[in-house]
Structure formats: C-alpha cells, structure tokens
Ligand binder design. Structure first.
Ligand code: HEM
Length: 358
C-alpha cells in the first residue's frame, strides 16, 4: 500500500512537520531530560512481561506459589521473564524517583507545567501501589508477612481504620481473598488508571515542550542570547535511544545474573519469621514508624506518622501551587527536597542495617 493512501486518511504530513520543528533546550542539565524516557522504557517492559506472566499465573492461595514455581522451572524462559518483571518493577520506581527529584531541582513544575507535575506525582503513587500489590502475588513467606504488616498500618487511623484494613484485605486477615483482590487491582485497576494518567502526562510534555531551568534562562538573558536548542529529530531522539539502551543493559544484566528468587511458600499459621521487610522503597516509612514514640502529645505515635506522611504527600502533589516562583521560594523548595532526600536515604540505610526503635 502506498504512503499516499495513509496520508489522505491520516494527518501524517502534520505529524512529520511537528517532529521536524520540535526542539529541545541544550544546557549543562540536559542529561536529566532522559530520565522520563527511561522510566517510560521500564514501564513498557512491565506491561509486556506482565502480560506474559498472566498466561501462567493463577491468583489463588492454593495455586499461586506453584504457578510461579511452574513459570520458573517449566515454562521456556519463564524464569527470565519473571526476573525481568521483578527487576524492572524496582528500576521503574528508582527511575521515577530520580525523574521526580530532577524535574523538581530544574523547577520544571512551574507554570504552565503544574498538571504535568501533578499527573507525575500521581503516577509515582500508582507505581508504589503496583509494587505493593505485586509483591504479594507469588504468595511466599516474605510477601505474606510484609503485606500483613503493611496493611496493618491503615488500622491506626481512627474511625475508618478498621474498615480500611478490611477493604484492603477482603476480610480481617490476609488470606486468599486478599490475594485475589490484589491481583485484580494489580492487573486491571492500576493499569487502567495508569493508561489515563500516562497519556495525559505525555500529551502535556509534547504540548508544552521541555522546560528551561531558571538558572539557564537567567544566564542566556545576561549574555543577551536565546537559550541554545537542539533538534528533536534525530539529535535528541538518538540520545533518548541511548538512555533506553543503558536501561536495557542494566535490566538484562541484573535479570540474567541475579535471577529473582521465589523464597518459601507462605504459611498463614506459622509465626512471622525474623527480618520481615517491605520493598526497599517502603523501607524509610517502615523505619520512621519504628522510631515513632508510642504517643506524641497524647496522640497515638503511628497516627502522627501517618498524618505527617499524608501532609508530605499532599505538599508534593501541590508543590507548583506552594512555590511562589520567587528566588527565595525556589531556594526553599530546593533545600526542602535535599532535606527530604537525606532523611529518606538515612532511614533506608538504617533499616537495611537492621537498626530498630521500639
Ligand atoms: C510512570 C512514571 C512516569 C513516566 C513514564 C514519565 C515520563 C515522562 C517523559 C517521557 C517526559 C519527557 C522527558 C523528560 O522530561 O524526562 C516527562 C516529563 C516530565 N515529567 Fe514525567 N514521567 C513519570 C513520572 C513523573 C513523576 C513522578 C514526576 C514528578 C512529579 C514527573 C514530572 C514530569 C515533569 C514536570 C515533566 C516535564 C519536564 C520538563 O518540561 O522539563 N513525571 N515525564
């Protein structure tokens, strides 16, 4: 079929012209522009490998563990597909965190990109929910007890706590009902929300183009010249492709040389083994809860921690509205972000080292 057949029916010429005209700012911080693309790469890997795992996985307490074992031992390349899905699940969260902090330091959330930022924060929360629900699916010991601890936290909230725990677990305890529920959320609810949010995020990125950091803008203005740009095609696209290649190399190396383990089958009646920990990206919250005193000003310590984290999450979502875009407020945002990184990394290291509060 000739190209003209399509161009008479689709706006191909317009799309081509848009690509030809698209440019990307070029400056010493340009490298951070590749992180969104790398996050996207890991996310697409999750979609493809997740669909492959779906073909053999069985979402019930009786069959889940065996079906994953079957995937790892009997299905051709099943071990590799599972290993890629598990490693990429961690890398996508890592890449999204770096992407978040880099766009924060570049102040890319400023007008008119507020909605790009808000959709991004919501995408990060969704990625965390993917991680939390996916962790339970192999129905192994570690995941079972970590889910029990993780869902228990919601119980500290007054009035709605108990109902929330029941809603999350599908009953008072973590059982097969929890597994089925997490499975539905993991393979249907979260992917549907992600498709909408990611679509919005990427359309907005195209619509506004890449932002120019205030320091680069100021320098160009001082020197009385426009900000340097590079053509999107092929210059930026090829660099983006390089980012994807680096992501692929990391993923392939980790998945093949450090295959993801399955661990032992969950036994809901066994006592919780020592050293139960959630995924690394939840460790800092886990550690913060440990350090919380039993009561703060007469209020339950766990509740205070949940309250503080909720305020932090809301502040993150509404950051573009909190930053008044003056030199001073931008500096406050940078300092607050550095402080947040130091706290999160320190708590994670302490959790890994096995330090505990009460
Ligand atoms: C599934 C997760 C995500 C994907 C796949 C994704 C993808 C992308 C892509 C491909 C870009 C364009 C390239 C770039 O600037 O790096 C971008 C830009 C952007 N993203 Fe994300 N993103 C995700 C999560 C986030 C998060 C967590 C935030 C932070 C809250 C965020 C905020 C932004 C902003 C503000 C821009 C515009 C950057 C600029 O104009 O300079 N995104 N994203």
């Amino acid at each position: 079929m000739r190209r003209s057949w399509f161009s008479e029916r689709l706006p191909l010429a317009e799309v081509e012209a848009a690509i030809q005209h698209k440019t990307v700012p070029q400056h010493r911080h340009s490298i951070w522009y590749y992180l969104g693309g790398m996050t996207l790469f890991f996310f697409l890997v999750q979609v493809v490998t997740g669909i492959l795992l779906l073909l053999y996985y069985r979402p019930s307490a009786a069959e889940a563990y065996d079906s994953v074992q079957f995937i790892m031992t009997r299905v051709p390349f099943g071990w590799l597909v599972r290993s890629i899905h598990s490693w990429s699940a961690n890398l996508v969260v890592g890449a999204a965190f770096i992407h978040l902090f880099s766009v924060l330091f570049l102040k890319a959330y400023r007008k008119p990109r507020e909605l790009t930022w808000i959709s991004g924060v919501l995408l990060l929360f969704i990625l965390l929910a993917f991680g939390f629900t996916g962790y339970l699916l192999p129905w192994n010991e570690l995941a079972f007890f970590a889910t029990r601890v993780g869902t228990d936290i919601a119980g500290a909230v007054p009035w709605i706590g108990e109902a929330t725990v029941r809603f999350l677990r599908g009953g008072p305890e973590v059982t097969g009902a929890t597994l089925t529920r997490f499975y539905g959320v993991h393979v249907a609810v979260l992917p549907a929300i992600t498709t909408l949010l990611l679509g919005l995020h990427l359309v907005l990125v195209q619509y506004h183009g890449m932002s120019v950091p205030p320091s680069v803008e100021a320098r160009a203005a001082r020197e009385g010249r426009p900000v340097r740009v590079m053509p999107f095609a092929p210059h930026f696209a090829l660099r983006d492709l390089f980012g994807w290649t680096v992501a692929l190399a990391m993923l392939a190396g980790l998945s093949a040389y450090l295959p993801w383990e399955l661990g032992t089958r969950a036994d809901p009646f066994a006592p919780a083994p020592a050293g139960i920990q959630p995924e690394w990206y939840f460790l800092w919250t886990f550690q913060a809860l440990k350090y919380m005193p039993a009561h703060v000003l007469g209020i339950d310590g766990e509740l205070v921690a949940i309250g503080l984290m909720s305020v932090g999450a809301l502040a993150l979502i509404f950051l573009p509205l909190l930053d008044r875009n003056t030199d001073r407020s931008r500096r406050i945002v940078t300092l607050a972000a550095i402080a947040a990184i130091i706290v999160m990394v320190s708590l994670t290291v302490l959790a890994l080292a096995g330090g505990g509060g009460h």
